[in-house]
Design a protein around this ligand. Structure first.
Ligand code: GCO
Length: 435
């Protein structure tokens, strides 16, 4: 069996986000987030689902960490819930909230799993939304205060930080399209939110300076015209990607000066130690080619898009910092078989092909440091609720039973060996010994 080997020291992990997995939304002093509020808007979430319980990860994290360790995963990308740390989004820290994350990080380290901490994965304290939310410039400064509290509480055990996860989705889906919390549809507020999220990143970056490697995670895709003009594709590309890449990597913004204050772009474009890239599929303008296979959320499966994206980033930004793939994965309608096993051959094929494409990008000279599979557990998929399963571990949300899928065992062997088979026989995870 031939295989491609990833660089020595390559980081293999999984990713989750607080609101999607924790549950315990009123536990230990946690305050409400915009997602707690948005889930109660009739029709906002498929099936009327909420994150009230999610995967009960707030309590079951020891079981989940043990599962990661049993698979041989080396890292865990998680987010801290701001409303647990500052229930009203400002003021003194809630020590019980901080204590939870200290226990989680200690538990990871005890198992030899490296924590990768994201400060913001969309769960803004509702109290700050009540004071204007991300369209209000002050929210960026509240984020800096929050970042300092978490740094002071966990900086002695956390060496890998991300300020934000996907600011584009937080601004565009939350304030532009209204399909994510807080459910606002206003282009001007969207642009204000986008800039203030970037400003929060810049302020957070300076707060975390000296605390280890610090980066930011963006959702990025090649944008491909399919029935539309190249100009349309380029406009869409800037609106979804350049609007964030240009300020962060070049210190340039097209937003008006009454929004972008003097000095903002210096903060936002301060050097980052890495760029987190979330890749799932290319974006086609205006529609997806009908012949492409798609996942359960209708996203086309185009592994070469990952290679093309990374090589394109490297060519466009010669000073591109090292990259982590901070999310990659697929939703499929996984079922528990009669024998209790959850077989997910389509997800294994998706992961296999994307890891081979990632290896091609590394071979082409792109400096990729690690890969975080989205996601460990079937969890609350935002507006889709629990109807979409992205996990390599099946979760029965009625009784919280965890069942590692075939993909969990397949990925575990990749993580343990650092190798992915060339096209041909899939890894059979029941080998007698790793390579
Ligand atoms: C995102 C978020 C995740 C999603 C995942 C699947 O990238 O949108 O970081 O929270 O659940 O991407 O949509």
């Amino acid at each position: 069996m031939t295989s491609v080997r990833f660089p020595t020291g390559f980081v293999w992990g999984t990713a989750t986000a607080a609101y999607q997995v924790e549950g315990a939304v009123a536990e230990d002093g946690r305050g409400p987030s915009i997602w707690d509020t948005f889930c109660r808007v009739p029709g906002a979430i498929a099936g009327g689902d909420t994150g009230d319980v999610a995967c009960d990860h707030y309590r079951r994290w020891p079981e989940d960490v043990a599962l990661m360790a049993s698979l041989g995963l080396g890292a865990y990308r998680f987010s801290v819930a701001w409303p647990r740390v500052q229930p009203d989004g400002a003021g003194p820290a809630n020590q019980k909230g901080l204590d939870h994350y200290r226990r989680l990080v200690d538990g990871l380290l005890e198992r030899g799993i490296v924590p990768y901490l994201t400060l913001y994965h969309w769960d803004l304290p509702q109290a700050l939304e009540d004071r204007g939310g991300w369209p209000a410039r002050d929210t960026a400064y509240r984020f800096a205060d929050y970042a300092a509290i978490v740094r002071d509480a966990l900086g002695d055990v956390v060496d890998h930080w991300a300020t934000l996860n996907e600011p584009k989705v937080a601004s565009h889906a939350g304030y532009g399209e209204g399909i994510h919390a807080p459910g606002i549809r206003d282009r001007a507020l969207r642009d204000r939110a986008a800039h203030h999220l970037l400003l929060a990143h810049g302020l957070g970056l300076s707060v975390l300076s000296g605390s280890g490697e610090v980066g930011v995670t963006l959702d990025l895709s090649p944008v491909v015209p399919y029935g539309g003009s190249r100009a349309d594709a380029e406009a869409y590309d800037y609106d979804n990607h350049g609007m964030f890449l240009e300020p962060i990597l070049r210190g340039e913004s097209r937003l008006p000066d009454d929004l972008v204050h003097a000095g903002d772009l210096d903060l936002i474009s301060a050097p980052i130690d890495y760029l987190g890239v979330n890749y799932y599929r290319p974006l086609y303008v205006p529609r997806v080619p009908p012949e492409l296979p798609v996942t359960a959320v209708g996203w086309p499966v185009v592994p070469s898009g990952l290679r093309d994206l990374l090589v394109g980033l490297r060519d466009t930004y010669p000073d591109l910092p090292p990259v982590y793939i901070t999310e990659n994965g697929a939703a499929y309608d996984d079922e528990v078989g009669p024998d209790g096993w959850v077989d997910d051959p389509l997800r294994v094929a998706y992961l296999h092909a994307h890891l081979l494409a990632l290896h091609e990008a590394i071979e082409a000279g792109v400096d990729v440091r690690g890969y975080f599979l989205w996601t460990l557990l079937d969890n609350f998929e935002w507006a889709e609720g629990y109807s979409k399963r992205f996990g390599i571990v099946h979760v029965d949300h009625a009784d919280q039973t965890r069942r590692p899928k075939t993909s969990a065992h397949w990925y575990g062997q990749v993580a343990r060996t650092g190798a992915v088979p060339q096209p041909g026989p899939e890894l059979t995870w029941k080998t007698e010994s790793d390579e």
